[in-house]
Design a binder for this molecule. Structure first.
Ligand SMILES: [Zn+2]
Length: 340
């Protein structure tokens, strides 16, 4: 099969790899209908993270089950499934509490190598969810979005306690931030302030439910949020970047007693104990328990209530993965979908 492998910063190749196979009775092998490049893949692409090269890339996936191990009972070959980027058994106490990405029995951090024609998913029963039937082709980008960026934006909104009567601010206008706006809207937030300087992303934020746009950053951005909220700050702030600046902006834009949901993977973020002590802000975040939200997200997509697939503003064949990484690195594309 063909698959994407990164050999070092900026060095993305599509090459022939061994077909994945069932290794454990709890595995499934999936033929991908679509996959994509994640903002988090860019940390390696830019040399900010240095994994053990070469690395098979990709952790966002949906497609048709090709094979299952003997112990798999909830999905069968021929079904279309969407899965989380963390394997989980979905039965331990942590999973049952809604934190599948922290599953006690997760055997590999991520079902990796999703930028390929086929992939192996461990703990299939607790990791993937079948759709009600074969999706119409135009639903596939949205189902793919549910696999990570929508689920992650959703967790940010839940962690920030977005809901009726709340003013929500979103730091970050990448796919996760934009879908955080969508999640806040679905959760009933009254006012949603998207922080973005790019007109195309502002337009998408508005389409997803943003009521206000703030273009300023840093101290000025915080002041604008305060201005818009009677000096209080937002009730709920979604941090969807992972840089020290974004985290500071999120915490300082939150009112006392408010909540920050942070889902950007932190890079060099340091928090000052005294600042935190006096901020009275709740912080909650981490890798999103996407599996927990998948049944609900699939339903919203299936009945066409939401269209998160709009974040894919460039679709390319898998063979052009190198171009996909470049387009996202240069911010020419919000998110690139790859057709295997
Ligand atoms: Zn578990």
């Amino acid at each position: 099969m063909r698959g994407v492998v990164m050999y070092g910063p900026g060095d993305v190749r599509v090459e022939e790899r061994d077909d994945p196979r069932i290794e454990l009775p709890t595995d499934a092998v999936i033929r991908l209908a679509a996959t994509c490049v994640c903002g988090s893949d860019l940390w390696s692409y830019r040399g900010i993270e240095s994994p053990q090269w070469p690395v098979p890339m990709g952790h966002e996936y949906c497609g048709v089950v090709e094979q299952v191990g003997k112990a798999v009972t909830t999905v069968r070959p021929g079904q279309f499934v969407v899965g989380s980027f963390f394997a989980s058994d979905n039965t331990c106490e942590i999973c049952q509490a809604g934190y599948q990405s922290g599953c006690l029995h997760r055997e590999s951090a991520c079902p990796g190598g999703a930028q390929a024609q086929l992939m192996r998913v461990p703990l299939a029963d607790g990791t993937v969810v079948a759709t009600p039937g074969m999706p119409e082709p135009d639903l596939i980008p949205s189902l793919l979005a549910a696999s990570d960026v929508l689920g992650t934006g959703w967790f940010a909104a839940v962690a920030a306690e977005a809901g009726p009567g709340k003013t929500v601010a979103v730091v970050g206008d990448g796919a996760v931030g934009l879908l955080g706006v969508m999640a806040a809207k679905q959760l009933g937030a009254e006012r949603i302030i998207a922080m973005s300087r790019h007109s195309d992303r502002q337009a998408l934020a508005r389409e997803f439910g943003a009521t206000d746009i703030v273009t300023e950053r840093g101290d000025e951005g915080v002041e604008r949020i305060k201005d818009l909220t009677g000096g209080y700050g937002a009730h709920s702030v979604l941090e969807c970047v992972g840089t020290p600046e974004a985290m500071q902006q999120a915490i300082r834009s939150t009112r006392r007693g408010g909540h920050v949901g942070y889902v950007g993977v932190p890079h060099d973020v340091q928090l000052d104990g005294i600042d935190m002590f006096f901020s009275h802000v709740h912080l909650h975040g981490g890798p999103a328990p996407v599996r927990s939200y998948l049944p609900h997200l699939i339903e919203l997509i299936w009945n066409r209530t939401i269209n998160p697939g709009r974040v894919f503003d460039l679709h390319l064949p898998l063979e052009q993965a190198a171009e996909a990484y470049q387009a996202m690195d240069q911010r020419r594309a919000i998110k690139v979908l790859l057709r295997p």
